[in-house]
Design a protein around this ligand. Structure first.
Ligand code: AMP
Ligand code: ZN
Length: 473
């Protein structure tokens, strides 16, 4: 049984998609006014795990993630840099797509841009006006919060203090009580605008996600996810807009990730603890160590990001890499023992447990610990593993990669040149011809691989040089 914590009920609920075998998943994408920071990526990594887990459990996942390329922040940024909105947002959109690749985030099936979906938004606003839920005022259109009695059901905010007729024009606000929020903003002189039945203007941020989500996934979606800051007002307003328009439940499961802190403090530019992914890469940190650090803490627990944590993450990745390349080398070089494996590593059971823990609201800590326990088992059993068992170990890593996306197995062959030189290296060592073995070691290094000498009685193996630390040894 799969259980997720649903923000709407504030409870763990059994998850079953509306349509058997298929899950519709909408994740709020980045606002492309800056490079995404590691807090954003904590949420995106959690959503990636969610998707990978559902796929591992055999569901077909229709994943939509939008790009917010028109809102208050993008417009302010474009004006500041004296660029057109699309020039400005295209740059950060491309940067985001690159960052997604760097962190091994699966590309969404559809990634709509808000500016390509303006007509859908206008259509939805029209519907809301026709139903008396939205009204025009001074060339803008507002959502009448009092007309939607269920308002507040996600964020548990009460409407009592709402001042009749109070309106809010900005996309982000922290009002304790709801206020009529803007759906369509009348054009200002220095802002991009689109034609609409209410004159020139542009959409508010909240209507964007409602429109894109329904356009691509239908009126009721299985899962909608984001960071905890989105619960109010963004997701509360999405519910109000969508459910008032269709009369149907908008989202069945709302999942929210807790914010990332840096050294126990809120990440902010003024404190100097604000890091983009690129900042960390520039400092020499490895993308998969960063991914691991963001992945390894349960999405509803506070993740305190520290450089110490990154160091530990790096050690885990190194352990996984080392074990994987041991298995790969031994399998490719045919140096497996012919004996039956002593421990009968039980990798199938380990994998089952890895997935099972994730069924429990993505219990990542238990799942990773099971996986790493499996790797330790392989390490201790390596010398006794026969050919089939080595192959089983390789597919164990492959499956874990599908789930955790740590990119351990993307290199799954040893080039013939490396293989040949390693054979000669081993021969030369046996013959104690160390000058020739050194030459072979160097040759292998030039091909981008490094030789790992086995302890007495163990074979020498090779490992691909691909992470920052591989070259430092
Ligand atoms: P934005 O680009 O601001 O629209 O945010 C993109 C995603 O990152 C949203 O799901 C946010 O909720 C999430 N997010 C923003 N700040 C943080 C943070 N410090 N920790 C975790 N998630 C965050
Ligand atoms: Zn959104």
């Amino acid at each position: 049984m799969i259980r997720f914590h649903n923000t709407l009920s504030n409870q763990l609920e059994e998850f079953k998609p509306l349509k058997s075998g298929e899950v519709t998943l909408y994740t709020c994408g980045p606002t492309v006014y800056h490079y995404a920071h590691i807090g954003n990526f904590r949420t995106f990594v959690f959503e990636d795990l969610l998707r990978r887990f559902l796929e591992c459990r055999g569901f077909k996942v229709k994943h939509v993630m939008n790009i917010t390329d028109v809102d208050d922040k993008t417009i302010a940024g474009a004006n500041r840099e004296k660029k057109t909105l699309s020039q400005y947002t295209e740059f950060y959109t491309q940067a985001f797509l690159e960052d997604m690749k760097t962190l091994n985030l699966l590309p969404p099936k559809i990634q709509p841009r808000a500016t390509d979906s303006i007509l859908d938004m206008i259509e939805m606003i029209r519907k809301l006006i026709a139903k008396g839920i939205a009204y025009e005022a001074d060339g803008s259109v507002y959502y009448r919060v009092a007309a939607f009695p269920a308002y507040g059901k996600l964020s548990k905010k009460k409407l009592e203090g709402n001042i009749e007729g109070a309106r809010v024009d900005v996309d982000e606000y922290e009002k304790e009580t709801g206020a009529d929020f803007v759906l369509w903003k009348k054009a200002k002189e220095d802002e991009p605008s689109w034609d609409s039945p209410w004159g020139k203007g542009r959409p508010g941020w909240h209507i964007e996600c409602s429109a894109m989500c329904m356009r691509h996934l239908g009126e009721t979606v299985d899962i909608h996810a984001g960071g905890e800051d989105l619960v109010f007002p963004h997701h509360e307003n999405e519910i109000a807009q969508s459910e008032a328009a269709t009369g149907k439940p908008f989202v069945r499961f709302w999942l929210h990730a807790k914010h990332l802190l840096v050294n126990g403090e809120k990440m902010s530019k003024s404190k100097g603890n604000f890091f983009t992914l690129r900042d960390l890469l520039e400092k020499g940190y490895d993308p998969m160590a960063i991914r691991y650090a963001l992945l390894a803490v349960h999405y509803r627990h506070q993740l305190n990001f520290t450089f110490e944590g990154l160091k530990e993450a790096r050690e885990v990745i190194e352990k996984l890499d080392n074990c994987y390349f041991q298995c790969l080398s031994r399998s490719v070089l045919g140096v497996s023992a012919s004996k039956k494996m002593a421990h009968g590593a039980g990798l199938k059971a380990v994998l089952e447990a890895v997935v099972k823990h994730l069924e429990d609201d993505l219990n990542i800590a238990a799942s990773l610990s099971e996986f790493i326990g499996g790797v330790t088992k392989i390490n201790t059993a390596l010398d006794q593993m026969n050919e089939k068992e080595l192959k089983d170990a390789l597919s164990f890593f492959k499956k874990a990669d599908e789930l955790f996306g740590l990119d351990i197995t993307s290199i799954d062959a040893i080039p013939p040149g490396v293989k040949e030189s390693l054979g000669q290296y081993a021969e030369a060592r046996k013959a104690r011809d160390f000058s020739f073995s050194d030459k072979m070691r160097q040759q292998i290094k030039e091909l981008g691989w490094v030789v790992k000498d086995g302890r007495p009685g163990e074979p020498s193996t090779v490992k691909k040089i691909r992470r920052a630390w591989d070259t430092k040894k």
